[in-house]
Design a binder for this molecule. Structure first.
Ligand code: SF4
Ligand code: SF4
Length: 387
């Protein structure tokens, strides 16, 4: 069974690993509901007791799957985390209706951990306008919420402002060994430490990126522990931080679940040598990836049909694996589906939602130009060979 720890500030005993319901297995475009339900139940059986969902995960399907998966269990044996995704609410009443709907969908009278979702300066304006936190505090007084927190994607000054404005029980941030210094995550973590606020961690493997490092970059890990998965280093690194209450992982296979659970059973924090290896890998990664997209898809849908996360994923694979033909082939497919970067009109809509503050139109233009250049190079090579 996975380790559980009492978090004194919350008075709750939480498993070190939490299940994030944003990347369930799929059958083509649709979520495979039966597979997702059995994965959640398997996680429960393995001792995971923290389950995190949101109305925007799998277009509302995730909450439904949670409702179905947990209806067979005693409500006091697991924690549900859900979120107010303010950007899907047209007005204050729609926000209140959404909360009530979430309770119904989850088939519960209360939500253990409720978060104001993905706070950045834009979403926070709307949160204030709709008196969102005041409403959620009232829900807490009525017993419909046990602990109130927020998840965050912006800069340090915005973070401290939000922390100062309200009395929070916990906070969820993106934390992994790559973002620690790269994206200023250390500063956010230290602030939580200073305020004694439990830290829930999302993106411990950075949307899967830290699970798929190539051999060259992962060399320090492979030399030290050849049989250990690359992803395990990311999970263990973040779990070694003392202020971390739970690490969320969006698992979609039994193997991933078993691997993660085994890592956090009889857990020992990383030692100096292991931390040194992580430092070397960070250096190696920093040299190549200049678009820190996590694939969260908050920027979607683009009104011009540009598939932003897909294009960044294709580019990221190219930067890591340096396979020109795959890059050109994959990107060409996106263009042929009408989702290429050439359709971007620089309206800027996507950027206000991007937690990573990526200059999306500029990066898209750069990638499209790279595609045109590489395609021309390949065609010239082929023409040369045909002579
Ligand atoms: S800036 Fe470009 S990619 Fe972003 S939403 Fe507008 S058209 Fe789409
Ligand atoms: S570009 Fe930003 S918002 Fe879009 S998927 Fe990547 S990280 Fe998420």
């Amino acid at each position: 069974m996975i380790d559980r720890r009492v978090i004194p500030r919350l008075g709750e005993e939480i498993s070190r690993l939490g299940f994030g319901g944003m990347r369930f297995p799929k059958n083509g475009e649709e979520v495979d509901v039966d597979a997702a339900v059995s994965l959640l139940r398997k996680a429960y059986d393995m001792g995971i007791n923290y389950f995190d969902t949101a109305v925007v995960y799998h277009k509302g399907e995730s909450e439904k799957i949670f409702g179905k998966a947990f209806e067979i269990y005693d409500r006091s044996t697991y924690y549900l985390a859900d979120k107010m995704s303010i950007w899907v609410c047209e007005d204050e009443q729609a926000m209140k209706d959404l909360f009530e709907r979430q309770l119904k969908t989850l088939k519960t009278d209360y939500i253990d951990f409720y978060l104001v979702h993905s706070l950045n300066r834009n979403h926070y304006k709307k949160v204030k306008e709709f008196h969102c936190v005041e409403f959620l505090q009232e829900m807490k007084r009525q017993g419909k919420i046990k602990h109130l927190g927020f998840s965050f994607h912006d800069t340090y000054p915005v973070f401290t402002q939000i922390l100062d404005d309200y009395d929070w029980d916990f906070v969820q941030i993106q934390l992994n060994y790559l973002d620690w210094q790269n994206q200023g995550a250390e500063q956010l973590y230290r602030e939580l430490e200073k305020r004694h606020l439990p830290c829930m961690v999302m993106e411990p493997v950075r949307g899967g990126y830290l699970a798929t490092l190539d051999e060259e970059r992962a060399k320090p890990f492979l030399e030290m522990e050849p049989n250990r998965s690359i992803a395990s280093w990311a999970i263990r690194w973040v779990s070694s931080l003392p202020q971390v209450a739970v690490v969320l992982s969006g698992m979609n296979t039994i193997e991933q679940l078993e691997d993660n659970v085994s890592l956090l059973t009889n857990f020992e924090p990383m030692n100096e040598k292991e931390l040194e290896a992580v430092g070397k890998v960070v250096e190696a990664i920093r040299k190549v990836n200049d678009v820190p997209c996590t694939g969260c898809r908050y920027c979607m849908d683009c009104p011009m049909g540009v598939d932003i996360p897909e294009i960044f994923a294709i580019y990221s694979r190219y930067r890591i694996f340096d396979k020109v033909k795959s890059f050109v082939g994959d990107y060409k497919e996106t263009v042929e589906h009408g989702n290429g970067a050439e359709h971007c009109v620089r309206c800027g809509q996507c950027m206000s939602h991007c937690p990573q503050s990526i200059q999306i139109p500029d990066k898209l233009a750069m990638i499209h130009q790279l595609y045109l250049d590489k395609k021309a190079e390949l065609e010239a090579e082929e023409a040369q060979q045909a002579k």
